[in-house]
Design a protein around this ligand. Structure first.
Ligand SMILES: C[S@@+](CC[C@H](N)C(=O)[O-])C[C@H]1O[C@@H](n2cnc3c(N)ncnc32)[C@H](O)[C@@H]1O
Length: 357
């Protein structure tokens, strides 16, 4: 023990203590989010715990501890002279406004949904077999839907689709579209509402995702969307679709080579595959040194994405960072796609590709 560097040891104690604290941060922030506390704080310049209790009808003592916790972790600010808590506009965009491009609120639910799976994940380390999306329960599907909601509701139609040559005109005129791995189908519903002459088929293998999708289709009142589980009715292999979309699906799926081949077979020769997938570097060394979100993405990978990719025997388990541009170019070329274009759309998390036969 005499060789132990005390400063280094203290550094590790602080770091690991911080990791443990982050587990609590997610749980307590999720509770606050569900109770509408971020929205309540964003609505007022500042508040005491008594004022917040008055406004929300919740217990003052619990609110006081929540406010203190949220201040200590940096979500809120505290004016000691007046004993008042507040939320700055920037924090409100990330925590309180689901329609903001910076909103991350759904992420707490996705993390919490994965937590009860720890014993199953331990077993997965032994067996090699991961958990499917459905193994995590409904909350995971909902959390992921909320995380991707802004892009799908507000950016997909006005900003992303126009980057694909000629696509918007074809959608307006009326084409056949498959949204594969649709999740809650916000992408499908948004496109279906914008392009009523086109027909949309949304595929997902998760029953929780398809339940969310059915609710979103009903709420939007669109009649040009049908939902299909491809394990029951496989995608057609006779060049049916003019457009196939995948939003963060290929890195998750157990058999990406098969999925890409299925997309090729389902796509017309003059069709296009719009593929969104996680932005990452080709090597771990680069992700370690340069990826600003590597910790978050490797966390998602072990608990959700790689696990999903290993949820069937022989699954590829690409992982969250495993379908980067280099891999995407190679795998799509091997499947017979000749034309690969990365679209010029700035997003911190994802790349967008227009891939054509
Ligand atoms: C990360 S989620 C993305 C969901 C949605 N596209 C979004 O952006 O919110 C990936 C989805 O792909 C689905 N999935 C994975 N492999 C699939 C396959 N081969 N066919 C259809 N869906 C698949 C999963 O069930 C899950 O709902």
């Amino acid at each position: 023990m005499s060789d132990i560097d005390r400063d280094k040891l203290n550094g590790y104690i602080r770091m690991v203590g911080g990791s443990i604290a982050q587990g609590f941060n997610c749980a307590i922030s999720a509770a606050g989010e569900h109770l509408g506390l971020y929205a309540a704080m964003a609505d007022r310049d500042s508040a005491t715990s008594e004022e917040l209790a008055e406004a929300t009808g919740l217990s003052e003592r619990w609110l006081r501890e929540w406010l203190r916790h949220q201040t200590v972790i940096g979500h809120l600010d505290f004016d000691a002279a007046n004993q008042r808590f507040s939320m700055c506009d920037e924090a409100a965009m990330v925590l309180a406004d689901p329609d903001s491009p910076a909103f991350l609120g759904g992420g707490f639910d996705a993390v919490l949904a994965a937590m009860p799976s720890v014993p199953k994940v331990e077993e997965a380390f032994r067996s090699g077999l991961g958990l499917s999306y459905d193994d995590h329960g409904e909350a995971c599907a909902h959390g992921i839907e909320r995380l991707s909601a802004y892009t799908q509701k507000y950016q997909l139609v006005p900003q992303i689709l126009p980057l694909v040559d000629g696509l918007v005109d074809r959608l307006r005129a009326g084409i056949q579209v498959a949204d594969v791995g649709c999740g809650g189908a916000l992408s499908t519903v948004t496109m279906a509402a914008a392009f009523p002459h086109s027909q949309f088929t949304a595929y997902d293998i998760s029953t929780h995702a398809l339940d969310r999708a059915a609710a979103n289709v009903a709420e939007a009142g669109v009649d040009n969307v049908r939902l299909i589980n491809p394990q029951e009715v496989p995608m057609p292999s006779d060049a049916t679709y003019d457009l196939v979309t995948t939003f963060d699906v290929v890195h998750d799926t157990p058999f990406p080579e098969q999925l890409i081949a299925d997309i090729r077979a389902a796509l017309k020769d003059d069709g296009v595959w719009l593929c969104e997938d996680i932005k990452s570097f080709p090597t771990f060394e680069q992700n370690l040194e340069e990826h600003p979100m590597a910790a978050l993405l490797y966390g998602f990978s072990v608990m959700v994405c790689m696990s999903s990719g290993l949820s069937a025997p022989g699954g590829a388990g690409l992982g969250t960072l495993g379908f980067n541009e280099e891999v995407a170019r190679r795998m799509t070329k091997e499947a017979g796609f000749e034309n690969f274009l990365r679209l010029d759309f700035d997003n911190p998390m994802n790349n967008y590709y227009a891939i054509r036969p």
